[in-house]
Design a protein around this ligand. Sequence first.
Ligand SMILES: [Zn+2]
Length: 239
Amino acid sequence: MRWPVSPELVLELAGQRVDSVSRRGKYILLGTAGGTVIFHLGMSGNLRVVGSDAIPAKHDHVDILFDNGCILRFNDPRRFGCVLWTTDNPLEHRLLASLGPEPLSAEFHDRLLYQQSRGRTLAVKAFIMDSHIVVGVGNIYANEALFRAGIRPLRAAGNISASRYQNLSRVIREVLEEAITQGGTTLRDFVGSDGRPGYFRQQLAVYGRGGQPCQSCGQSLLEVRLGQRATVYCRGCQT
Ligand SMILES: [Zn+2]
């Protein structure tokens, strides 16, 4: 995988009880009295609870066996994920310490994007997708939020006013909350923990709609690549 499984994990996790399950950015944390397991699912990883008789298959990398006979199984075909162990505060782990705030927390206040963007020349879309600025704003949600805020994705981050950033912060929260309510945005074979797809895709105003008419003004939506990611916007509504 991305990094080797921590050798201490096998020794020190054994016999512990999972006291908490939490998340920071894209990291999933299993807390025990002795330390914390840190999972990252990478591009294609998944965690499943299976019975102790489930034979490991290709790309199953780690099993955590519980007393009740269940196995928490980590599978990752593309192997960009990781399974690490720390006995320190996991939020201060080198991978987590420099992450920006959670977008639905009070730390993501309305002036943060403005303050962090001064002097920055990179595109605002890349800026809001940078997990060191704010976590959780993936490509689909960045496209949608910039459309709702009326901001052109390629505009330099440092050239956007405080009031526009205030509005953008609000719509980022709005888009994420709507997507969570609807179980996320199923694109391929990704499904929720209940095995059902997310339905936010049906509400997308720009993502996946390059060349189609803007729902607001009717102009044809433009699709470009920005940092390898599909970027769709309306030249009429976004400036
Ligand atoms: Zn438009």
